[in-house]
Design a binder for this molecule. Sequence first.
Ligand SMILES: Nc1ncnc2c1ncn2[C@@H]1O[C@H](COP(=O)(O)OP(=O)(O)OP(=O)(O)O)[C@@H](O)[C@H]1O
Ligand SMILES: [Mg+2]
Length: 202
Amino acid sequence: MSIKSQNIVEIEHRVSDQDRWQRQGHKGGVLWMTGLPGSGKSTLAFELERSLFAKGRQVFVMDGDNLRHGLNSDLGFSPQDRAENIRRVGEVAGLYASAGMITVTAFISPYQAARDAARAAAKDRFHEVYLSASLDVCEGRDPKGHYKKARSGEIPDFTGVSAPYESPEAPELVVNTGVLSVEESLALLEDYVAKAFALEAE
Ligand SMILES: Nc1ncnc2c1ncn2[C@@H]1O[C@H](COP(=O)(O)OP(=O)(O)OP(=O)(O)O)[C@@H](O)[C@H]1O
Ligand SMILES: [Mg+2]
């Protein structure tokens, strides 16, 4: 995104990424979960947060439903508002990653271009995780009853029903939450995090 003002000068931190990572014992970064409504983003994000926290990791979940109450409470579900929603989240997640956190995000984030912008905001610390449960499976689970409402026209612009979902082109990790159990999915994520956020051997 371009910068509006011509008079902004970036200030360098006196604490480096390496300093932060050494102190806490692992790298920071963004684990960006994307998938259809009901694919398991929130379920896995919060379970992962609990398990990583128990292992002493710096970890925090940013979830779509939570952020739409505050930072993004002025946004709806039009393509423009969805893009702005993800732009803000991408920037904040990038900041959290810079602060050393393993930032787990749980947003449908249906557009590849918006996910690519979030990747750019987190620079080389972005890990795209595609929860690949099919529409049939997600609609069959329908944990919030939203698919039913979308089919009856009660919810407009609903991803998978009346709004598009673009599957990731080159995700770092695919978890088939349509076939695997929550425990199996979590094990794959824990494995991935253990490798991707590890400090390099001296
Ligand atoms: N492998 C799995 N991983 C995650 N959830 C699973 C899995 N298998 C079954 N489920 C079930 O699927 C549902 C996923 O719902 P969840 O609210 O986590 O989805 P979501 O992707 O966050 O949806 P939304 O976009 O509406 O917020 C839950 O009821 C969960 O128990
Ligand atoms: Mg959710």
